[in-house]
Design a protein around this ligand. Structure first.
Ligand code: GYE
Length: 329
């Protein structure tokens, strides 16, 4: 009898110990690998989760395809993961699958590109860039910079290279770009096309613009990768990037800082990919049973350029060379 009791006790203890040490499984549906921003975002979240004691990451790269993301989310449900991190390649078409996530009662954390249906679904926390404000800052920087060099009253031809069509980072930045253009009537929009957030497509679009548009004074690229691709096209056409054509990017990746310090790019509006420092404490708090408001938190972000000091209302630009050594991505 005593033996049976001891054995039962040992068994109960074993079950308890293994339950206590079971991993917390966090699944992450990532969009793809289109840009330096995306690489930094993946690495940051990967390190933050994988280096956390007792946490396990299930990672899926959707290669820019919405159907792959939908498949990944359904797999996460079948696997019974504990938390889901999600960013959507485009902003629409997620209602059904995210409702399934809700029905499975898996806490959902939205990061980066927040889907349009966010109001209609449950999520436990959300962190993403303020894309409309980023787009506004890009145009305001160009307009204010031109004023600062005495060209505020001169008509200037501007082209807008957009990100992946239908991505919230594209729709938001385009909205911000176009709204701000109305404040600067001397900036004349002469081209507007998608470069799909990649270096190669940025280069190709710039090449075709340089052939078809007589005079381009300013390039607004909705991410740095496209700006860097465009710089190659501008050089190949025998023009000087950063001088003949003013170039404003977005993200503030290392390669853009290098280009600004080298004098080949003028400005980059920051959009941070470093969400690990938000996601980790949030999941820790959720595990403790804390709850958060249903709001999208925007990280604080800067604007970096060749000389600094351009006043954009909400921020003043910072000279890139002064802070390049402190940059993390
Ligand atoms: O700006 C771009 C990336 O969604 C904020 O996606 C992100 C954007 C970023 O490919 O470089």
């Amino acid at each position: 009898m005593k033996k049976v009791l001891l054995l039962t006790l040992a068994l109960v203890m074993l079950v308890c110990v293994s339950a206590a040490s079971a991993d917390v499984v966090i699944a992450f549906s990532q969009i793809g690998q289109e840009s330096d921003w995306r690489t930094a975002n993946t690495d940051d979240l990967r390190n933050a989760i994988e280096n956390h004691e007792g946490w396990k990451l299930v990672y899926d790269d959707a290669q820019q395809k919405q159907e792959n993301q939908i498949k990944a989310l359904r797999n996460f449900i079948t696997q019974g993961v504990d938390y889901i991190l999600f960013t959507g390649v485009v902003s629409t078409g997620w209602d059904e699958v995210l409702k399934e996530v809700n029905e499975a009662e898996i806490p959902l954390l939205l990061i980066d590109r927040i889907p349009d249906c966010a109001d209609k679904i449950d999520y436990v926390a959300a962190f993403g860039g303020d894309f409309v404000e980023e787009g506004r800052r890009q145009i305001a920087w160009a307009g204010e910079y031109l004023k600062s060099i005495g060209k505020g009253d001169v008509d200037v031809n501007i082209v807008i290279m957009e990100g992946t069509t239908g991505a919230s980072a594209q729709t938001g930045r385009t909205e911000g770009n176009l709204k701000a253009l109305a404040e600067y009537p001397h900036l004349k929009l002469v081209g507007q096309q998608s470069g799909n957030f990649t270096r190669a497509e940025g280069q190709a679009v710039m090449e075709s613009w340089l052939k078809s548009i007589d005079k381009i004074d300013v390039l607004i690229a909705q991410n740095d990768d496209m700006a860097l691709g465009a710089i190659d096209a501008i050089k190949a056409a025998g023009k000087v990037p950063g001088k003949d054509i003013i170039i404003v990017g977005c993200d503030s990746v290392k390669a853009a800082f290098d280009a600004i310090v080298a004098g080949e790019m003028n400005c980059t509006v920051e959009c941070t990919p470093l969400y690990g420092k938000f996601v980790v404490p949030t999941i820790e708090a959720l595990i403790r049973g804390e709850k958060f408001d249903k709001t999208v938190v925007h990280p604080e972000e800067g604007v970096f350029d060749m000389d600094g000091g351009i006043d954009l209302g909400t921020v003043k630009s910072i000279k890139a060379a002064d802070v390049i050594a402190t940059r993390q991505y």
